[in-house]
Design a binder for this molecule. Structure first.
Ligand SMILES: C[S@@+](CC[C@H](N)C(=O)[O-])C[C@H]1O[C@@H](n2cnc3c(N)ncnc32)[C@H](O)[C@@H]1O
Length: 394
């Protein structure tokens, strides 16, 4: 069976563009035009959908864009996973694998919102970190012209495929293979930088390829949580801005094209006690801005799901020194926490919760993010100036 032509996909392209405008993700005619004229199925001819097999295994089932139903699926407002880490991917049957995703075509409404937030103007040169399928590079090429679009991905196979598909769609932007933390090999500066993978802090190379007024839009991963920041570079080489109103997150930038490094195993401290607490796992799960605030309080900590031998599901906060604190997700009666190692770990959660609720539960866009020219980073609650220093950029 052959892939659908662009003409056949046009009604689907128009419907997606209309949906993005109706949802307020696209807010201008120029981006609406781009979403109506770039064929997503050309960049995502096949993808993986999550499914649970009869044996209860969560797998990625391959699907291809062939029929009208497939076109409906490609032009949904959904993230479509397009590559799995070969080190973790295991074939389960003819069309299903397990494994960690290493590339995807981003949720269109998130992409549209970010492209609008980028506030590009005609003639601006844009760098994208994370070429992936090439769909976003095509949208940028459509809006600005391919000569102003630069994109880099760490995975050479993805870049080669994106290059072919972009050419098929009539665009030849400047693609490169490499770790986007080092910027783009082209020797130029950019008016706008947009990253579709997350970084722990703004890499120095991005500032090196910026000038005064360059806007950088990226997901910063702060451990417990992270978020999208929109920063403007000033004439002293600082990048200042705030977390955007969007809570979308991206897969982490990796240094190895082959996949993610396996997580480091840390020996956990023995349990000390179970005690009553004022903060529940449900509070943590339901309040994205609070998790972000907690990441400011506890740099380097992680928040993970934990299932014990009895099958009880909990949220576990953990740190590289072996300290941990666990709050059950299904709890009857008073809220409790069980911890091992530093008792101060969960006390930080309780202190952050008191601060957040006392401050009126501020959303993430009430926090500024500042990267100084010397690499120091801090975040600030804009209304009252409360400040948290984050680890300086390496
Ligand atoms: C969410 S996908 C990008 C989606 C893409 N913009 C599109 O329109 O299809 C994230 C991409 O970031 C890439 N990536 C991961 N680490 C990277 C790095 N250090 N430098 C550049 N790209 C990286 C991945 O290979 C993946 O293709």
């Amino acid at each position: 069976m052959t892939a659908p032509t662009i003409d056949r996909a046009r009604p689907y392209m128009a419907a997606l563009a209309d949906q993005l405008t109706a949802a307020g993700a696209t807010r201008s005619r120029r981006w609406d035009d781009a979403f109506s004229s770039v064929p997503r199925h050309l960049f995502v001819p096949r993808w993986y959908e999550q499914e649970t097999t009869e044996r209860g295994i969560a797998v990625w089932r391959e699907r291809q864009a062939i029929t009208d139903a497939d076109l409906t699926a490609v032009y949904r407002d959904q993230t479509l996973v397009t590559a799995l880490d070969p080190a973790t991917a295991e074939q389960v049957d003819d069309t299903a694998w397990t494994g960690i995703p290493t590339s995807s075509s981003t949720l269109p409404s998130l992409m549209a919102g970010m492209l609008e937030d980028l506030a590009v103007e005609d003639g601006m040169r844009v760098l994208e970190i994370g070429t992936g399928t090439g769909y976003n590079a095509a949208l940028l090429s459509c809006r600005l012209g391919e000569h102003l679009v630069y994109s880099v991905d760490v995975d050479p196979a993805l870049v080669e495929t994106a290059r072919q598909r972009l050419a098929e769609a009539g665009h030849v932007p400047q693609l490169a293979v490499g770790d986007g933390s080092h910027g783009h090999p082209a020797e130029c500066t950019f008016d706008r930088i947009i990253a579709t993978c997350s970084v722990p802090a703004l890499p120095a190379a991005w500032l090196g390829q910026s000038g005064p007024g360059t806007v950088v839009l990226t997901d910063v991963d702060l451990g417990v949580e992270g978020g999208l920041v929109r920063l403007t570079v000033d004439n002293q080489g600082r990048a200042l801005g705030r977390f955007t109103g969007t809570s979308g997150r991206f897969m982490a930038a990796r240094t190895d094209a082959a996949g993610y490094a396996p997580p480091q195993r840390t020996e956990r401290a023995p349990a000390v006690e179970t005690r009553r607490t004022t903060v529940t796992a449900a509070d943590l799960r339901a309040n994205y801005p609070f998790r972000l605030l907690l990441a400011f309080h506890l740099p380097g900590a992680q928040l993970v799901y934990h299932v014990d031998d009895a099958g009880t599901m909990a949220l576990q906060l953990q740190r590289a020194d072996g300290s941990w604190a666990r709050a059950p997700l299904t709890a009857d009666g008073p809220a409790t926490v069980t911890y091992g190692g530093d008792p101060g770990l969960w006390r930080e959660v309780e202190a952050a919760w008191r601060w957040w609720t006392h401050a009126g539960r501020p959303a993430q866009d009430q926090f500024a993010y500042v990267l100084e020219a010397d690499g120091r980073v801090h975040v600030r609650h804009i209304p009252d100036g409360a400040r948290w220093d984050l680890p300086a950029r390496a």
